[in-house]
Design a protein around this ligand. Structure first.
Ligand SMILES: C[S@@+](CC[C@H](N)C(=O)[O-])C[C@H]1O[C@@H](n2cnc3c(N)ncnc32)[C@H](O)[C@@H]1O
Length: 254
């Protein structure tokens, strides 16, 4: 149970830990309708390449069950199932508006939500208290989600809990730029252009200022790998994407 002195970062602010989830929820409630178009605009489509890289890295197989936490509008779950017909995926997200967008996208693609071969189910749930039994999934993915949870370590421990022995963990997240020179350009883009673009497209400049700030507060690549190991995830490793603007961390549950 959180104690009164518990705090968590919400962008550059420290807020009472008990308030962070509702602040994050407000961000995604506000941008849910324009979330997909905004992803394309702000990354110039590159988020699609990163997500494709994640799906290729996971290399799912028929018969496996994947859990995509903070799955939002469903890009990762849909990509996994398309990559391995016969596998199944569950999208779990804390935000009902994002899950509703995901459900609409499935229906638009002619997919009736639900489990079964090639199926995708949707559930509203918290990464820190997943509504799934122990040792129930083969693959755990979280894309651009871990940064938003209140307690990263609790979410990592939950990932381990729900993975079957031999199961695999993957996190795609904005990370820390490692290419000299790119960091300055990225700063200019992030702190100036991106919030303005977000404001123009979604009407919520603050949501995109939060995005930029939360990226800076997120643990650097080696720190996250250490925290994965501390949560009991085995052989953590990472691979940088686009000079470290993003990274894919992975590990095993033994
Ligand atoms: C940036 S979006 C990423 C969505 C999707 N994975 C993608 O890559 O497009 C972050 C998502 O994390 C969800 N989220 C935030 N905190 C969460 C939590 N504690 N548990 C589950 N989902 C959470 C938000 O509702 C939002 O849909």
């Amino acid at each position: 149970m959180p104690v009164m002195s518990d705090t968590a970062s919400f962008g550059f602010q420290e807020v009472p830990a008990a308030e962070k989830a509702s602040l994050v929820r407000r961000v995604f409630d506000s941008v849910a309708d324009r979330y997909d178009v905004m992803n394309d605009l702000m990354s110039m489509g590159v988020h699609r390449l990163w997500k494709a890289d994640l799906i290729a890295t996971v290399a799912p197989r028929a018969g496996e069950l994947a859990l995509d936490v903070a799955g939002g509008t469903g890009d990762i779950a849909m990509g996994l199932v398309a990559a391995a017909p016969g596998m199944q995926a569950i999208i779990c997200d804390i935000n009902a508006a994002m899950v509703a967008r995901g459900r609409d996208r499935l229906l638009d693609d002619g997919i009736l939500p639900g489990l079964g071969s090639g199926g995708i189910a949707l559930v509203v749930g918290d990464a820190e208290a997943l509504p799934l039994p122990d040792r129930s999934v083969d693959i755990y993915t979280i894309a651009f989600g871990l940064r938003n949870v209140t307690r990263i370590d609790a979410a990592l421990a939950e990932a381990r809990r729900v993975l079957k022995p031999g199961g695999r963990f993957f996190c795609l997240e904005f990370s820390h730029v490692v290419l000299p020179g790119l960091d300055r350009l990225y700063d200019i883009y992030s702190f100036n252009l991106l919030p303005a673009l977000g404001g123009a497209v979604t009407g919520d400049r603050d949501a995109y200022a939060y995005l930029v700030e939360s990226i800076r507060r997120f643990p650097a690549q080696p720190d996250l790998a250490q925290r994965m190991a501390a949560a009991g995830l085995d052989r953590p490793r990472w691979r940088n994407l686009s000079g470290g603007i993003a990274a894919i961390h992975s590990a095993w549950r033994l």
